[in-house]
Design a protein around this ligand. Structure first.
Ligand code: NAI
Length: 332
């Protein structure tokens, strides 16, 4: 089987080439994303392999099907960039990697929290300039603080347990509560009750119609003054305009984001020679108490290994006519 692989980064190529030794597929790596303009690159391939910001819309799917592509393999968990109804119309199965190292994302959320609190990013730069002063680096003990989590699925659960290990009081809000977490000491409560208590709030729920702009003027006003907000989930959970206002007024104490609502036109590329026209991310970057990373929560060796193995395994199952256990369907 020939696979047209879009949005290739150097690390994708090395992990997939390595794991493909066990599968022996022919893979054409393209750096460009899959769009209406690049879809013809898939001519002659039976599969396309895509990532979070590839545009797998109805037009692209129609062209893929006409060119003889028989399956779409997502090398990520989310599938909001795929028109599943259109894929079904063209009888194109869509497979994904439903879970890969929840530890990778949970640990990144912790890293953001610790960096913002203890300002190790500033200390690193200071020391390089022989500035050994501690002024401005004051943090707080996490031990005994209240950390709140929205969404206690695969990633949220791991995050809760790490925070319990720090000696924090851990509060959670989720539409489905986990008994094992309650036994471990996590206290579930409604969002409204949790917001005023949290010293740190970390978001681990999916983006959907119920969670879009979960963090807005109203919920920010409910938060404890000076609290820290961490988002490693999806940019759309936060109304960026509201967060900028809360940072300007000093009500929000610190913000760490690995995701951004308009990240599609920014993340995963080097724009250091370009003029960035997105004024909101530039404003966010200007705050000394804001830390932005470019969707790197998943980026560990273990997660990339799982992504490569599961994606190639999904395609192998397809070539062998076996059930596609990781298929996504329109109603899912
Ligand atoms: P999951 O599906 O295991 O857990 C999500 C949890 O959110 C579930 O417990 C669910 O009941 C809860 N939830 C759903 N709707 C809710 C609502 N309205 N209010 C409160 N809770 C709600 O997902 P997982 O694997 O833990 O991933 C969480 C999110 O992390 C994903 O949706 C994805 O957006 C993000 N993610 C980010 C990555 C990164 O690199 N930064 C990598 C992988 C995932």
């Amino acid at each position: 089987m020939k696979i047209a692989f879009f949005s290739t980064q150097s690390y994708d190529k090395s992990f997939f080439e390595d794991h493909n030794r066990d599968f022996d597929f022919a893979i054409d790596f393209f750096e460009v994303p899959l769009t209406e303009q690049t879809v013809n690159l898939a001519a002659g391939a039976q599969a396309v392999c895509v990532f979070v910001n590839d545009r797998v819309n109805a037009v692209v799917l129609e062209k893929l099907a006409a060119q003889g592509v028989a399956i779409v393999a997502l090398r990520c968990a989310g599938f909001n960039n795929v028109d599943l109804a259109a894929a079904a119309r063209h009888s194109l199965p869509v497979v994904r990697v439903p879970a890969y190292s929840p530890h990778a994302v949970a640990e990144h959320a912790v890293a953001m929290m610790l960096t913002l609190n203890r300002k190790t990013h500033k200390a690193y730069n200071r020391i390089r300039e022989q500035n050994f002063s501690l002024a401005g680096l004051l943090g707080f003990d996490l031990f005994g603080k209240t950390v709140a989590v929205v969404g206690t699925g695969n990633i949220g659960q791991v995050f809760c347990r790490i925070m319990l290990g720090f000696g924090c009081r851990v509060l959670a809000y989720d539409v489905a509560e986990q008994d094992a977490l309650k036994q471990a000491g996590v206290i579930y409560m409604p969002l409204d009750a949790l917001l005023p208590q949290a010293d740190v709030l970390s978001l681990h729920c999916p983006l959907n119609e119920h969670t879009k702009y979960l963090i807005n003027d109203k919920t920010l006003a409910r938060m404890k003054p000076g609290a820290m907000l961490i988002n490693t989930s999806r940019g759309g959970l936060i109304d960026t305009r509201s967060v900028i206002q809360a940072l300007k007024s000093g009500h929000l104490g610190a913000l760490g984001v690995d995701v951004y609502e308009q990240e599609e036109s920014l993340f995963f590329r080097d724009l250091s020679d370009h003029i960035v026209t997105d004024d909101m991310i530039m404003r966010l970057m200007s705050f000394p108490n804001v830390l932005i990373t470019a969707h790197q929560g998943f980026f560990t060796q273990e997660a990339l290994t799982q992504i490569a193995q599961v994606t190639l395994g999904n395609l192998k199952a397809f070539t062998e006519g076996k059930p596609l256990t990781n298929a996504v369907r329109p109603n899912k």
